[in-house]
Design a protein around this ligand. Structure first.
Ligand SMILES: Cc1cc2nc3c(=O)[nH]c(=O)nc-3n(C[C@H](O)[C@H](O)[C@H](O)COP(=O)(O)O)c2cc1C
Length: 347
């Protein structure tokens, strides 16, 4: 019934996945205090190496990108060395792994870094506070200058190069879920009146510059992107966002990425202004390899792939609850249900 999930899939001429099940990026907040991945993290990822591709938890590209405790980085030599142990373990077990590159933008909190401002396209705070750290309310960010933007693009490209040095098979740029790149793509968080705001072309300028800088450094075959056309997290919806993504998707298609991945928790959610679900909208506007996600079971994912809604499926929470998810699906065994208490330990 789920046989198609076990067909190999060539992302391009240099990367072929053993199956179509990706492990979705899952932040676990388990790096050490220098944001270095630990041996326990290497074992955690190693146990899940039978996924067609693991996408790592989001990894911050530099200190001012941090919005949660103990999220790993890729900007110091110690962090690169820590990740080497992870990628070696995954490769040793026959798997592949991409690093998800992250800057949280206005969702960053100065509690986590010593120098610099909270940066975002515009000086508009996100509501609320850091999860489980109520005293840390989100701050009004500084609207980035051209110098800030140049520095960010450079640091994304350097983090991508560091990922390759650490042995990752590629990177997924985190352009989803209301973080920095996504903040440029939505009217709720981007009120700029310069060449980075007001029009779809301008609002896509920084995201595309990051994509292009990373492609230049590590190649398009090793570069992927996650996007959220339907705002649902850290962001309010605005029907005008549609035009931004109508412009962005064909631009991305030209760049021949390894894949495009949708960022959403439940792909049954419909967005009026997208004319349906996030995946149906992206599929209609993007013809290259697409990764679906969001509350799928192996059965519903298999059907969605059969219907050509997307090419690959990313599985998140069930992979936390089931390190042996792929094996269980292959054998038709029952899946252990996910619960939030499972986040307390790295099994
Ligand atoms: C604990 C947890 C951590 C997550 N961390 C990330 C992350 O670091 N980067 C990201 O893009 N999405 C993250 N997500 C979203 C997942 O990648 C995925 O889109 C979501 O869980 C829906 O898929 P699922 O229904 O299969 O779990 C996270 C989700 C959960 C539950």
């Amino acid at each position: 019934m789920t046989d198609n999930l076990f067909q190999p899939f060539a992302l391009n001429s240099i990367i072929t996945l053993n199956n179509r099940i990706l492990m979705a990026p899952l932040t676990r907040c388990m790096a050490d205090n220098e944001l270095v991945p630990t041996p326990a993290m290497a074992e955690y990822y190693g146990r899940r190496a039978d996924a067609g591709l693991i996408i790592s938890e989001a990894v911050i590209i530099r200190p001012d990108g941090q919005g949660y405790p103990n999220t790993p980085g890729l900007f110091t030599q110690a962090q690169i060395t820590g990740w080497k142990a992870v990628t070696e373990r995954v490769h040793g077990n026959g798997g592949k792994i991409f690093a998800q590159l992250w800057h949280t933008g206005r969702v960053a909190h100065p509690h986590f870094f010593e120098q610099g401002d909270v940066l975002a396209p515009s000086a508009i705070a996100v509501e609320g506070s850091v999860p489980r750290m109520r005293e840390l309310t989100y701050q009004v960010p500084k609207a980035v200058t051209q110098t800030d933007i140049d520095g960010l693009i450079n640091d994304y490209a350097q983090a991508a190069a560091n990922a390759i040095e650490a042995g990752f098979d590629g990177v997924e740029i985190h352009g989803a879920n209301g973080y920095l790149i996504d903040q440029f793509l939505h009217f709720d968080s981007n009120k700029r009146q310069d060449e980075y705001g007001e029009t779809p072309e301008n609002m896509a300028r920084f995201p595309l510059a990051v994509v292009d800088a990373i492609i230049e450094r590590i190649g398009n075959d090793r570069t992927a992107l996650r996007v959220t056309p339907g705002a649902y997290f850290n962001m309010a919806t605005d029907a005008n966002d549609r035009e931004v993504f109508d412009y962005l998707l064909p631009e991305l298609e030209k760049r021949q990425l390894a894949f495009l991945h949708i960022g959403i928790f439940d792909d049954a959610m419909e967005f009026d202004y997208l004319g349906g679900t996030a995946s149906s909208y992206v599929r209609a506007n993007y013809n290259n390899t697409l990764v679906g996600v969001g509350s799928y079971t192996a059965e519903t994912a298999s059907k969605a792939i059969e219907n050509d809604n997307f090419n690959l499926i990313a599985i998140g929470r069930p992979f936390i609850a089931n390190p042996d998810y792929v094996e269980k699906i292959r054998k038709g065994e029952e899946i252990t249900p996910y619960s939030e208490e499972m986040l307390a330990s790295l099994v």
